[in-house]
Design a protein around this ligand. Structure first.
Ligand code: F0G
Length: 458
């Protein structure tokens, strides 16, 4: 029998209580946090969908690994396990352990970057872009046109535009720092990248002599989509698909906080020995010695195990199907979404949900606050609060889209938690006409979404 019901492929052995609250209490918490979810205390949140990064539940096997962690400064056994796991998966010889993804980005893009250099990606994640721009280099995003349309159905909306890539590689010949394929494409809605697209990008890079990198923090989730949606890939295992994609690249950067199923960690992996040597110098200066970098032995142990577990077909089926489950439920009640649903998150189009709230009154922030008030759900605005800028006359230059992200932590919430989220959206839809916009009353110069204060408009 083929079941409709998606069951979590694990039993719960240890539980973390959720502090429930009343709507009146949450109204107060929201006011205290200046209507910014980043300023809420975790203990006041019921379902935390702020990020899927570092929020995974580790398995019993990983926790056992934590006890096995070898904390030696040099040549730790846990390092050997992690290095071997990464070499086996990526086929790359040189592994540099870092405390999280952005530390690996700083090392490699710090080395390859600099004034006059150009980096090209399907979409640079914000820390990637920041690390590149910090060196004085330029970061250019070229997702396929279909990826920019939230409504359009396409199996691989995370793809890079190969025509534009070819043109840019010609135009900037000799000054391309790297081409970076982000799989899945987080900023583009958690959308997958096809193997054919990765092959195309890799071939163009070879042809024009540019380094080709993967930002592979959700590579296992991407492999699920490739196997299920791309012709000729159905016979390969998820791990084989990932290995085939790694084989196309010169190096990869990973935030282990995603598909390595751990709470902290990352790495950089490279084929070229001279490049690895240069990066190792930076690793030692800024992270730590080569056999631990930014990590404890116990972290490395948990990463080695997580990189195995994440390719379990039953886990990946549950993972992708449960994210889709939430997306489909919201679609059924008429919530405007980015579709198809990506791997790690559901993205809501708040511009269409609240057409009466203009971008300069932040419709995404309005939804984020409603979700918290009604149900204690924490989410993140990815729109004009995060990316908006000001014109010289002080008016807002809005972001292209007004999205709200519901990111799903791995192995953390059960189906009833997800149903609770879906039910909340029924109320959001019933009361959508009454939602009010916000204004910013205090903001820092950079990355304002983290600390800005808001006030509801009357
Ligand atoms: N690359 C991608 C595609 C990411 O999604 C992230 C983090 C990073 C790099 C940086 O990794 O956080 O370990 O330094 N994304 C998190 C998120 C923060 O919520 O999407 P990090």
């Amino acid at each position: 029998m083929k079941h409709r019901t998606i069951i979590e492929p694990f039993r719960i052995k240890s539980v973390e209580p959720i502090g429930l609250s009343t709507e009146a209490e949450r109204v107060e918490q929201l006011r205290t946090a200046h209507y910014n979810p980043f300023l809420l205390r975790s203990r006041d949140v019921i379902i935390d969908l702020m990020t899927d990064s570092g929020t995974s539940a580790m398995s019993a096997h990983q926790w056992a690994g934590v006890m096995e962690g070898d904390e030696a400064y040099a040549g730790s056994r846990s390092w050997e396990r992690m290095e071997e796991a990464i070499q086996e998966l990526t086929g790359m010889q040189h592994v540099l352990p870092t405390h999280q993804g952005r530390a690996a980005e700083r090392i490699i893009y710090g080395h390859l970057g600099g004034p006059g250099k150009v980096f090209i990606s399907n979409t640079h994640f914000d820390t990637t872009r920041a690390n590149i721009e910090f060196t004085g280099a330029t970061a250019i995003d070229i997702p396929i046109a279909e990826g920019r349309d939230p409504d359009l159905q396409h199996p691989f909306k995370g793809n890079i535009d190969l025509g534009a890539l070819d043109a840019l590689l010609k135009k900037h010949k000799g000054s391309v720092g790297a081409v970076i394929l982000t799989v899945t494409n987080n900023s583009g809605g958690g959308q997958p990248v096809s193997m054919a697209n990765a092959e195309g990008a890799s071939a163009l890079c070879r042809h024009h002599g540019a380094p080709f990198f993967l930002d592979c923090c959700r590579i296992a989730e991407n492999s699920w989509f490739v196997q299920h949606r791309e012709e000729g890939m159905e016979g390969l295992s998820y791990r084989q698909i990932a290995q085939r994609m790694f084989a196309l690249a010169d190096g990869a950067v990973m935030s282990a906080k995603k598909d390595a199923l751990v709470n902290m960690g990352g790495f950089l992996t490279l084929r070229d020995e001279a490049l690895a040597e240069a990066c190792t110098n930076l690793l030692i200066i800024t992270e730590g010695f080569t056999t631990y970098g930014g990590l404890s032995g116990r972290d490395m142990e948990a990463i080695a195990i997580g990189l195995e577990e994440v390719f379990d077909p039953y886990y990946l089926d549950y993972r992708i199907r449960s994210t889709t489950f939430l997306g489909e439920k919201l679609h059924e009640v008429g919530v405007p979404l980015m579709r198809p649903i990506g791997g790690h998150a559901v993205y809501i189009d708040s511009k269409r949900l609240y057409p009466h709230i203009p971008p300069h009154e932040y419709p995404g922030q309005a939804l984020v606050c409603e979700l918290y008030k009604l149900a204690g759900i924490r989410s993140v605005e990815i729109g004009s609060v995060m990316f908006g800028t000001y014109a010289p006359d002080g008016s807002l230059v809005p972001s292209a889209m007004e999205l709200v992200r519901l990111a799903i932590p791995r192995r953390v919430y059960t189906q009833s938690h997800i149903e609770y989220v879906a039910e909340t959206f029924e109320e959001i839809m019933r009361t959508r006409d009454r939602a009010k916009g916000f204004r910013i009353v205090k903001e820092p110069r950079f990355l304002r979404h983290f600390t800005a204060h808001f006030e509801p408009l009357p």
